[in-house]
Design a binder for this molecule. Structure first.
Ligand code: V47
Length: 383
């Protein structure tokens, strides 16, 4: 129940100016349609500039989804395939290494690796993906396997979360992406992915990674059957974990893409509006006072919305991105790759200063005449 009578944009604005934490009711209030979005954006932008100045970060990265075959059946996912589905694929070591070579030749600093939980593949196969890439391309940062995969490896090996992460870190895992979070509240989670890593487990895995010095990201899948209360509850749970373990770098709100998904068909869902995308960006920035970065993932938002989001709380736009499949299978119409010149231009047009970062937010120093050569510069900490 929202105590809306006691909450106003004015009282929230004063708290934000003073650096005070917003509560659940205030977060839900900010989601109401009659709360002017431009004013919410102004507050989010204040926090964004306090934390990251005028910088807008990007990286040069690529994706690798070594298999789409998955034992789980999340009804929002258009990427997964059954074991005997003709769409199903499994990459060989040679194909994986060719992707690594392509990444290095194109000057990538990061490879983002996630995939399905293949019925017939053991933990060793997933360790091998990381190990062969790391051995061949040691400079390429491997941001690999979500908490859902780590939980699956626990089940396969009967090892603890820490033991699983130790094996992967020794093989070359550098950090973890933020996927698999979806919506933490049971009322929603039970309807979209009740079988996979539950909320407590997702947080335990990220906390353990942080304790081991492994940085991670966090996401939220919005714009389907959840409401404002579920979204703000999700943000508060992330904020609480961050208070304890402190290793989250970036929060990425992910707009639901309905094409080819059972969930959209079942509930007659459409893509969330641009206004919803921008409000979610702004509310996320305001609620997650202990997250250094908020990412406007251009692949998922579209280039125009991602550009606008840089004034609605976001300070990062992700990367050049090659070989993205999860969103394109679900109807994303964005290009499959963006050039560095285009990324820099869209950031400059948004009135921000483009800064190339590596996965863990160090500046990347690169000779524009020879893009495949780069070195790591100083850590990018503003506020
Ligand atoms: O967990 C799946 C989402 C996530 C759909 O850490 C969908 O830097 C919308 O986590 N519509 C995986 N979303 C992607 C992810 C990610 C992306 C970019 C950067 C980072 C990072 C992480 O994609 C899944 C799920 O929430 N997803 N299907 C869909 N139809």
């Amino acid at each position: 129940m929202i105590r809306a009578d006691k909450i106003s944009l004015d009282t929230i604005g004063k708290k934000v100016e003073n650096g005070e934490r917003l509560n659940l009711d205030e977060g839900v209030f900010l989601y109401q349609d009659d709360v002017p979005l431009n004013e919410v954006a102004e507050l989010a932008n204040m926090v964004r500039e306090r934390k990251n100045g005028n910088y807008a970060y990007y990286n040069i990265n690529t994706h690798l989804n070594p298999t789409n075959v998955c034992v789980y059946r999340c009804n929002f996912c258009a990427f997964r395939a059954d074991l005997r589905d003709p769409r199903g694929y499994l990459m060989s070591d040679e194909q994986i290494l060719a992707r690594g070579q392509e990444a290095v030749d194109n000057g990538c600093t990061e490879m983002h690796i996630v995939g399905g939980l293949h019925h017939q593949k053991k933990f060793d196969w997933y360790v091998n993906v990381v190990k062969i890439l790391h051995d061949a391309f040691p400079k390429l940062h491997l941001k690999a396997w979500t908490a859902v995969e780590i939980n699956w490896f626990e089940f396969l090996t009967k090892k603890s979360v820490r033991e699983v992460l130790e094996v992967l870190r020794d093989a070359g895992l550098g950090s973890m992406p933020g996927g698999g979070a979806e919506i933490f509240h049971r009322e929603v989670r039970d309807q979209i992915c009740e079988h996979k890593a539950d909320t407590g487990k997702w947080h335990e895995i990220h906390r353990t990674a942080h304790e081991m010095g492994i940085k991670t990201n966090a996401t939220m899948l919005y714009g389907h059957i959840e409401n404002a209360y579920h979204r703000v509850d999700h943000l508060i749970r992330l904020r609480e974990t961050q208070d304890v373990s402190g290793g989250f770098q970036t929060f990425i709100p992910l707009a639901f893409h309905p094409d080819n998904t059972e969930l959209a068909e079942l509930k007659k869902l459409k893509k969330p509006s641009v206004m919803m995308d921008l409000r979610t960006m702004a509310v996320s920035r305001l609620m997650l006072d202990n997250f250094p970065h908020i990412k406007a993932y251009w692949i998922m938002l579209g280039i125009g919305t991602a550009q606008t989001a840089l004034s609605y709380g976001a300070d990062d736009i992700d990367g050049t991105v090659r070989h993205e499949l999860i969103y394109h299978d679900a109807g994303a119409t964005t290009p499959e790759v963006m050039s560095v010149e285009d990324i820099q231009r869209l950031i400059v047009e948004a009135g921000r200063e483009p800064v190339e970062r590596d996965t863990v937010y160090n500046r990347v120093i690169r000779d524009p005449q020879n893009m495949s050569q780069w070195t790591t510069g100083e850590p990018l900490e503003v506020g």
